[in-house]
Design a protein around this ligand. Sequence first.
Ligand code: ADP
Length: 160
Amino acid sequence: MNRAVVPGTFDPVTSGHLDIIERAAALFDEVVVGVALSDKKNGGPLFTPEERVALLEGATQHLGNVTVRPFDTLLVDFAEEVGASVAVKGLRAVTDFEREFQMAALNWRLDAKIETMFIMAVPEYMYLSSSAVKEIARHGGSVRGLVPDEVCDALEQKLL
Ligand code: ADP
């Protein structure tokens, strides 16, 4: 059984995240999407962990081999806990590479049994991030197509 984790903050899940999850689900028998709780960047997440998990569950319900779980530990410990041997990350621009390169090296140092694998973002979503989506929504712009429809509605409610 080949199981992979796809970790992230997912605040909220975007079409770019979903593309990576779908492609990982086609490559592995099982995919566990890990929702990191403790990210304090930019004043903390907009959505609660429960909301982020629920939005991801809605967005991935068409994928039979994908489950969603929150985690608040080291990524390698989370991967071991769910029985995954691979962590799949999406790669957008050069800026992602620098950060991901460092994290992959540190994770390898922490637990060499967990392999980090990268999937390149499709050109359409190369510049898409959760923070950009929140910025657009906050200023009343449309994010339809950039995020699953449920996320559009959740953003509207949250930012009303
Ligand atoms: P963000 O950087 O948007 O806040 P996360 O921290 O939740 O997102 O990122 C989780 C993973 O998803 C990371 O590996 C990140 O590189 C990847 N990712 C984020 N946005 C995209 C995208 N548009 N296309 C491909 N991968 C992405």
